[in-house]
Design a protein around this ligand. Structure first.
Ligand SMILES: Cc1cc2nc3c(=O)[nH]c(=O)nc-3n(C[C@H](O)[C@H](O)[C@H](O)COP(=O)(O)OP(=O)(O)OC[C@H]3O[C@@H](n4cnc5c(N)ncnc54)[C@H](O)[C@@H]3O)c2cc1C
Length: 428
């Protein structure tokens, strides 16, 4: 199973493309009417389409390229626990009650994904276990404290503290000083999940289009008319689920969600003697430019790390090889068979950006590298809101996510400077 297709919006061909057949969907030609138009075929958009269709809503989903060509089909696949930032950091911003509510929502997101995968018989290579490890000794008290906080204040018992010996044993590397083991979360093959979501969306009655980019929208008699290259869609409501891939579609999204390129390399299949992650857990580390790695179902090391703040991908393989060798020196000459990247949509607070942009127009995105479970769940929460069942989405919408500083012209260079500074600190 080897398609040579390259996502036009991201660097390189991912390993995931070799693991699953991707169905093709039609592109839109002509004019149609729908109740809800969802723009963007990643986790957020596909999940919203599924749950809207299941509630009996007439929903149309358009994707500019192919489903999963954005971040959703190319990411590290690690589900994590809670929000992107630690509960203590959320508490500092919003106080304990809201922090706990956001943590509980993330637990619901996790449960939702497990259930969805099982109920729909999606072969997403789900495996359990997450290790979060400290690359500097001075971070160990924070990791220790995190375990206590999660257990005592957030009622989360699936975590334990790992000392240096246990960390080395579980990683198969002595590079880290200690960390946290979380047995309550897992990791998936994200493109297999996307293919499963698309299948379920089609079967649920959502109308799906690929290769259909929304170019602009206008209001006509209270409805929203979205213009594509070869047609128009008239809708009562619109959900922008474009994450970091929809520049110039809407100024508010541009100001609040910015792209950072992150890159992953896949090695040839390793042998058991290589000793890498013998428990098949996923791992993320304490760097600002976080390194995240895990083994695939066929025993390859999928290693993510290097970030870039400009559109240049550079030599992904060379950079990832260096990072692999830093953690696993015995793999310094390992063959890297795939190298690719994608845009992570980040926000100032590293919490999701959900906003009603104008009557009937909502945006959801900016999961800041934590969207595998949250984006899938946020799509469902949007559907619940539209169907009038519940409004759990308001917990995210109430977050006070500021715009990136610098205005339209200086935003990108300022982000570049800030990120470069923080990434340098990783090395000090
Ligand atoms: C390399 C990498 C590693 C990551 N690792 C992890 C991880 O391990 N764990 C984790 O939780 N998260 C991770 N993430 C983040 C995670 O992938 C995202 O948070 C999540 O996939 C966001 O999903 P989404 O549906 O909101 O956006 P996306 O998947 O980015 O989808 C947006 C879609 O909108 C489409 N679009 C944009 N404009 C238009 C338009 N005008 N018309 C039609 N369509 C349009 C794009 O083509 C794109 O397909 C990673 C991201 C990257 C890039």
């Amino acid at each position: 199973m080897s398609d040579t297709y390259l996502s036009p919006i991201a660097a390189g061909r991912s390993y995931y493309q070799d693991t699953v057949e991707r169905p093709r969907f039609q592109s839109l030609e002509g004019s149609i009417k729908t109740d809800v138009l969802v723009v963007g075929g990643g986790f957020t958009g596909l999940s919203a389409a599924i749950h809207l269709a299941r509630s009996g809503v007439d929903v149309t989903l358009v994707e500019a390229h192919r489903f999963g060509d954005g971040a959703s089909g190319r990411n590290g696949g690690q589900m994590g626990t809670g929000q992107r930032i630690w509960p203590g950091e959320v508490e500092a911003l919003y106080g304990f009650e809201r922090s706990k509510a956001l943590f509980d929502l993330a637990e619901e997101a996790k449960a939702h994904l497990f259930e969805f995968i099982a109920a729909n018989d999606i072969d997403a290579d789900l495996r359990m276990g997450q290790l979060s490890v400290a690359h500097k000794r001075k971070y160990l008290p924070d990791y220790h404290g995190q375990v206590d906080v999660l257990k005592s204040r957030y009622d989360y018992d699936s975590v334990s503290y790992m000392d240096a010996d246990e960390t080395a044993e579980r990683l198969g590397s002595t590079r880290y000083f200690g960390g946290i083991r979380d047995t309550g979360t897992g990791h998936v093959n994200p493109l297999k999940l996307i293919v499963g979501l698309a299948r379920v969306a089609a079967a649920s009655g959502a109308t799906l289009f690929e290769d259909t980019r929304i170019l602009s929208t206008r209001r006509v008699d209270g409805r929203i008319v979205a213009v594509t290259g070869a047609g128009e869609i008239s809708a009562e409501r619109v959900l922008y689920a474009v994450n970091a891939y929809g520049p110039k579609l809407d100024r508010t999204i541009d100001a609040h969600v910015m792209p950072i390129n992150s890159f992953i390399g896949a090695t040839e299949p390793l042998s058991e003697a290589d000793g890498v992650l013998p428990g098949n857990e996923a791992c993320d580390d304490s760097r600002f430019v976080v390194r995240y790695f895990r083994k695939s179902i066929d025993n390859r090391l999928l290693f993510g790390g290097r970030e870039a703040y400009t559109s240049e991908a550079g030599d992904i393989t060379r950079h990832i090889r260096k990072q692999i060798a830093d953690v696993y020196p015995h793999l310094k000459s390992v063959r890297i068979t795939h190298a690719w990247g994608g845009s992570v949509g980040i926000t100032m607070q590293r919490l999701p950006f959900v906003r009603t942009l104008s009557p009937g127009v909502t945006t959801i995105g900016g999961f800041s590298g934590h969207g595998v479970m949250l984006a899938n769940f946020a799509g469902r929460l949007y559907a619940e809101r539209v169907a009038g069942n519940r409004d759990r989405l308001s917990e995210f919408e109430a977050l006070d996510i500021p715009a990136f500083p610098g205005g339209r012209r200086l935003r990108a260079p300022l982000l570049f400077l800030a990120m470069t500074w923080f990434s340098l600190r990783d090395r000090l």
